[in-house]
Ligand binder design. Structure first.
Ligand code: AMP
Ligand code: MN
Ligand code: MN
Length: 331
């Protein structure tokens, strides 16, 4: 058994008042991991507050349990004094937003599957062999003796499903399927998970159409990118939450190796998502630009004018694409 895993389980056993913290711009794995750990620890009789310093996209409220997640101000104003902080699915301190202020003040465990993790906890269990952090939480809960019911199993399953593109991406390996099977056998319902994403507003399709109008290609169609400005979101009566999955649509285009999606979620603040199909290491490009992630899915956030950012990032992407292509050819 992994030593870091066992130390974290040991500390969680002793802890009484915990914060379970996810990352900013939360995705399905993040929300699943926060909620699965919170519900598991609560079942053991501990006082646990689920926290994310960011607005949660509306469609996750399909699961009532999402209402358990508190923002930073709410947690601080409640006067809750944690004796332990469990951070999930976050690769560096900036990824937990203002909850960074608890670092150094309270014993912290980081549980994550990003190769770009900076190991910023007191204890760190970071393992890239897992397709999702949700699988690591399943192991922690199991070791702690948490009993699973249908709700917990379904919520835990959500993280595995979402980080593997519903079992379609290259990280959907044997461990992923076996963990998913375990959760389904404990009552997890895949159709309830997919309902979160099969609940689209018509406006989201209109937003998708705007994104499609902005598609540009480079390198004979091997690189594809598109963008949505703050204005595009507003004119379609949408927010950045409504473009979840758009970068996956770009990657799905025939012949594409690298897809890039620029989302201006605030005026002059742009989140950039990178996705690749077979060989391009997106995490190297994201790290170069101050972000992080996985080889096939990574991201970063930049400040500045959207058109300038698009131009700069596409230039860097093309450079790195050529360098990595040469390296791949030489293998
Ligand atoms: P996204 O494109 O936002 O869906 O993110 C893809 C992957 O990259 C996820 O695993 C994220 O956790 C990670 N990621 C996205 N943005 C950042 C960032 N600014 N810093 C570190 N990791 C990031
Ligand atoms: Mn995540
Ligand atoms: Mn993840």
């Amino acid at each position: 058994m992994n030593r870091d895993f066992l130390s974290i389980v040991g500390e969680l056993n002793l802890a009484k008042k915990l914060l379970v913290v996810g990352h900013i711009m939360p995705d399905g794995d993040d929300i699943s991991s926060v909620l699965s750990a919170t519900l598991g620890l609560q079942k053991l009789g501990k006082e646990v507050v689920a926290c994310i310093d960011w607005r949660i996209p509306w469609y996750f409220y399909e699961f009532d349990e999402t209402n358990l997640i508190k923002g930073y101000d709410e947690v601080v104003n409640s006067g809750f004094e944690p004796d332990f902080m469990l951070i999930v699915d976050a690769s560096s301190p900036d990824r937990i937003g203002r909850f960074q202020e608890f670092l150094g003040k309270v014993t912290t465990a980081v549980v994550d599957h990003h190769g770009t993790n900076t190991l910023f906890g007191t204890l760190n269990w970071v393992d890239t062999k897992f397709g999702s952090t949700a699988q690591m939480i399943l192991r922690i809960n199991t070791e702690l003796g948490v009993s699973y019911d249908e709700r917990l199993a379904t919520i835990n399953l959500m993280g595995i499903a979402t980080d593997t593109g519903f079992f379609r991406y290259s990280n959907a390996d044997e461990i992923v399927f076996s963990d998913a099977t375990k959760l389904v056998s404990m009552g997890g319902k895949a159709y309830l998970v997919s309902r979160i994403f099969e609940n689209k507003r018509i406006e989201q399709f209109k937003l998708l159409s705007t994104m499609v109008e902005h598609i540009c290609t480079e390198n004979d169609g091997k690189i594809v990118y598109s963008y949505l400005s703050k204005k595009d979101y507003e004119s379609n009566n949408c927010t950045e939450d409504d473009s979840g999955g758009f970068v996956g649509e770009l990657r799905s285009i025939q012949g594409v190796e690298l897809a890039i999606f620029f989302s201006e979620y605030e005026k002059n603040e742009v989140h950039i998502s990178f996705r690749s199909k077979d060989w391009f290491d997106c995490s190297k490009l994201a790290v170069l630009l101050g972000g992080g992630g996985h080889p096939r899915a990574a991201g970063c956030t930049l400040k500045g004018e959207l058109s300038v950012i698009v131009e700069q990032v596409v230039r860097e992407a093309k450079l790195m694409f050529s360098t990595q292509l040469e390296a791949v050819k030489n293998i």
